[in-house]
Design a protein around this ligand. Structure first.
Ligand code: KIV
Length: 305
């Protein structure tokens, strides 16, 4: 598909119709296939992720904040796109995730949901938009579903936020939890540190179970010892999504600029770089600049008469 062609709503509705009416398509695994067969065949629903957990098939999740990357990741077969509040850093150039606002996140969520028809799009609730009360969490989540057209929301925190998760899921909004290192609590956690080591592992397990009991459909675990993440993944009936949580989680998530080598500066140990986009873009920009200066661009093939 050309990235300039808007995806048709008809395609969206036929994808979801397939899913609703074809017994076979409900039970056939469209995800978790080798990369060359990975394109998503239908709209991804929460029950598909649950089925993958039950079959023991890991699935990938990537962040996305704009139309080109969202479409590329859809075409690459990524079933879940997270419009993460990491956009605070990767899009808006804030020093942490704390300053980003609901309005700033809504722009990005709308861009992503307008661009794809099949991946499940999860909107991250920014700092200050849900912590005050379960009622505030419901009100903000409704905005992301209604104005952003998201399919689910994500919020950070364990047991203390179980009432918030319960209120949001009761309002009909699917919630993805997030425990371990939670960037919005960077200052109370004392910086970027692994969470759940030693005795703190039991508290993390209690957090994960509380989120599941409150109705969360999945739980992100960030910077958690692999052994604890493995135990939580085993104890939970809902999928776990790891980022710096070892190989035994049901799913893995990375910030796309990290995995594509676009991030400058120190890259966390849990990141694997699958491409060198920083190198490719710098070379492209330098070559363009050189050709403009040397008058070798544009050539006749790029010129109208
Ligand atoms: O904001 C984000 O991108 C996230 C992921 C790192 C899980 O929360």
């Amino acid at each position: 598909m050309s990235p300039d062609t808007p995806r048709s709503r008809a395609e969206a509705s036929s994808a979801s119709t397939d899913s609703a009416h074809t017994q076979d398509s409900e039970t056939t695994a469209p995800y978790g296939q080798p990369p060359e067969q990975a394109p998503l065949r239908k709209r991804v629903r929460i029950h598909h992720l649950q089925e993958l957990k039950e079959r023991g098939e890991p699935w990938p999740m990537l962040t996305a904040y704009d139309t080109y990357t969202a479409r590329l990741f859809e075409d690459a077969g990524i079933p879940v796109l997270l419009v993460g509040d990491s956009a605070a850093n990767t899009v808006y150039a804030y020093e942490s995730s704390l300053p980003v606002t609901v309005e700033e996140m809504l722009f990005l969520v709308r861009a992503v949901t307008r661009s794809v028809t099949k991946p499940l799009v999860v909107a991250d609730l920014p700092f200050g938009s849900y912590q005050v009360s379960p009622e505030q969490a419901v009100a903000t989540s409704v905005r992301f579903m209604k104005e952003g057209r998201a399919h689910a929301v994500k919020l950070e925190g364990g047991r203390r936020f179980a009432p918030h998760v319960e209120a949001v899921t009761s309002a009909g909004v699917p919630v993805m939890g997030h425990i371990g290192f939670t960037p919005q609590s960077e200052h109370s956690l004392g910086g970027y540190r692994v969470q759940g080591r030693g005795a703190a592992g039991d508290a993390l397990i209690a957090d994960a179970l509380a989120l599941q009991d409150a109705g969360a459909f999945a739980v992100v675990m960030e910077m958690v010892p692999a052994e604890v993440a493995k135990q939580i993944t085993h104890e939970l009936t809902i999928p776990t999504v790891g980022i710096g949580a070892g190989p035994d989680c049901d799913a893995q998530v990375l910030v796309w600029q990290d995995m594509a080598g676009l991030r400058t500066g120190r890259v966390p140990r849990f990141v694997k770089q699958y491409a060198d986009l920083a190198g490719a873009l710098t070379t492209a920009a330098r070559t363009f600049a050189d050709e403009v200066r040397g008058r070798s661009f544009p050539t006749p093939e790029h010129t109208f008469h």
